[in-house]
Design a protein around this ligand. Structure first.
Ligand SMILES: [Zn+2]
Length: 287
């Protein structure tokens, strides 16, 4: 125990991690577009995550499950990479969806792939540094964040609802659930929607400062955003969404969101580096 404590360093996200995150996002888009949940191409994307994580030396677990959709039952796949330091302690969950908006042929470079790549690089960085310094961390790639017709009981958030149910079923206590979405935009403006936990929102300001990103890096907005964090909130756990929901050719137009324009050229390594440093510091505080 003492040896493992000495071996594990605090969590970091370097420039080389950011390059790896960008490479992962680009490869996911190149190999798996579109990757709508419940389709064969969605399963190819899940296999791509599994293969990429294995090649990076990560121990990754797959959860394949069936769920009802507006078009009948479909198969979904969540992927987990867990770092256990204190088995009886609480868990921190950090998640990104990897699926694309059904029926849009959207490459989802920013919406899905950017944070999928970020989590891959973060997981590799943590593993290379000997695991988490304390507590327990679950890195989670969710399937089926996007709804087919409109969010409802049987439409959208299939992966996050499954993951939250599984945590509850296993009796794991969750200290915080952190949802990352659309954080690779080269014109990055990270926001915390109103339907996030206020304590975690305050911690995020400290994390940005500690990461050297300045007070303006995170902005709280009065709007609510439907995202994967809601499944965890509904269990009574603290949860927060970090999202840059201004994604288009002109501020406020959002014309790259859920369209064929959501391409890799709209991302930057610098934005992924800033988002990654921020998440690393957030975890160093919350774990
Ligand atoms: Zn989306």
């Amino acid at each position: 125990m003492i040896a493992s404590l000495i071996l594990s360093a605090s969590i970091a996200f370097t420039a080389s991690d950011a390059h790896f995150a960008f490479e992962c996002a680009s490869n996911l888009v190149a190999n798996c577009t579109p990757r709508d949940a419940g389709t064969v191409r969605g399963r190819i994307a899940a296999n791509w995550i599994l293969d990429t994580a294995s090649a990076a030396g990560l121990d990754i677990r797959r959860d394949v499950f069936r769920a009802t959709t507006p078009y009948g039952e479909r198969t979904f796949t969540n992927l987990y990479c867990e770092f256990v330091r204190e088995p009886s302690a609480e868990w921190v969950v950090v998640m990104s969806h990897y699926d694309t908006k059904p029926g849009t042929a959207c490459p989802g470079a920013n919406d899905g792939a950017s944070t999928t790549g970020l989590l891959m690089a973060l997981a590799r960085s943590i593993a290379d540094r000997g695991g988490v310094p304390k507590g327990n961390l679950m890195i989670l790639w969710t399937d089926g964040e996007e709804c087919i017709r409109g969010y409802s009981e049987n439409d959208g958030f299939w992966g996050s609802r499954r993951a939250a149910d599984e945590l509850e079923r296993r009796g794991r206590r969750v200290r915080a659930a952190i949802c990352l979405d659309m954080l690779g935009d080269r014109d990055l403006k990270v926001t915390v929607p109103d339907n996030s936990d206020s304590t975690l929102a305050r911690i995020s300001v400290h994390a940005a400062r500690r990461a050297g990103l300045g007070d303006g890096f995170i902005t709280s907005i009065p709007e609510e955003v439907k995202d994967d964090h809601l499944a965890f909130m509904s269990k009574g756990w603290r949860a927060i969404d970090f999202i840059d929901f201004d994604y288009g050719s002109v501020p406020g137009r959002n014309d790259w969101w859920h369209t064929k324009e959501d391409t890799v050229d709209k991302l930057s390594v610098e934005s992924l580096h800033a988002s990654g440093r921020f998440v690393a510091e957030f975890l160093n505080i919350i774990l």
